[in-house]
Write a protein that binds this ligand. Sequence first.
Ligand code: SF4
Ligand code: SF4
Length: 447
Amino acid sequence: MPKQKVYYFSPRANLSDVSKGQSLFEEAELNNCFNSGDAVAIKIHCGEWNNTGYLRPSIVAGIVETVKKYGGEPFVCDTTTCYIQSRGAGRDMIETAARNGFTSETIGCPFIIADGNLGLDEVKVPVNGGNFLKYAYLAEAIANADALIVLTHFKGHPSGVYGGSIKNVGIGCSSKQGKSIVHLFQHPRWGLPAYIFNPEKCKGLNCPVNKRCAENCPTASFTLTNEKPYAKWDRSRCIGCLECGLRGACGVVVKPKDSPIDEFFPAVISDAAKAYIDYIGRDKVGFINYAIDISPQCDCMTWSDAWILPNLGVFASKDVVAIDTACLDTADKMPGVPGSRVYDEGLPGEPWKAGNEKFTHIKRVPLSQWMSVNAAIKIGLGSADYEIVEAKPGPRENYLPNRYKEHPPGYYMRKAFFTHKPRIESESYLDVEKVELKELQGRPVTR
Ligand code: SF4
Ligand code: SF4
């Protein structure tokens, strides 16, 4: 089998990051994923409220322009989160996305919530040959698009170990139900049905976060009462968002000690990714990974931490496994950024050193960064046998705003300058400068 091609721009390539994505889109022939007039979903992560690590809207706008250039009808999308925070409902997510800079004005096409306001709009799709799942739940708008461009910020992830294209599909394209399934929250032996409920441990109104517990369960199946035991949990109406289970520190809802859901999660992602890519069509899905601003955790966090690696570059491929493998390999070759998470004392595996795995040991509980990739290979989702193809930028004119392609921008200013009659204002300057260059050099002297 021939090696899978991964097209690549180094971070030093003399081209803007926006233009790199546009150029790679063409080199990897992602335009062949759709025909003129086709609806093209561009899946992004719009970032959590107050996160700053997500891909800049101008990078997304660049891909939108390129899809349009080839006749596609793009829409940019993300999906509601399983947990109920600032992206738990579509209405909140649109507000968060706008605060982070994603609006139809900034990206050049509609931004939509692909699984609807409550995350219930989905298509149940079979997982052929999955390691864990028989079915996965694909966000409806993505399922009904003609093609999918997966535009991913490559970084670390507290549950997935790293976040790349496999995760942007397997979790990112899942509906709310789909995410809960992939997280194994609804697994009969390991998930919420098996969680231990200790209502007697609940402090009720004496607990500082009681309001959140009392009000944040979206189905009101977890509630607080005024009488002991304060906590009530009606599992028959629970949808497995794990909003209550995530607050397990108080000991009221506790994951069984032998539950492997956290360990298996990165591998389950690959099952769902395969289901969705098979459903849309292998030749209808393309991948672009931006390995820049590489945070140790995900863009789902309300902060971003110091970047753990220097920018690695931009990658594009039609093979989801090859592109993630190329990013992980490139990350491992690089030394980490001093002062960042990879340098934290006591981390095994010396992740700060060039040649060592960068993500395996930076989670609270270490887990191999290769779980998703290995699981994906096992189910035939793609190949880790790839070759890097250094991309070549097209002519500069390709990356100019459309309105300046006929004439350069100065041309359009001429009429106004003739009206305003500007002149050289030499009287603005002193005759003799009062400072010498050498006075301005070096740190100021302080006591
Ligand atoms: S369930 Fe836990 S976090 Fe919630 S109010 Fe009770 S003690 Fe507090
Ligand atoms: S009881 Fe179920 S639906 Fe309610 S917050 Fe907990 S996991 Fe979510």
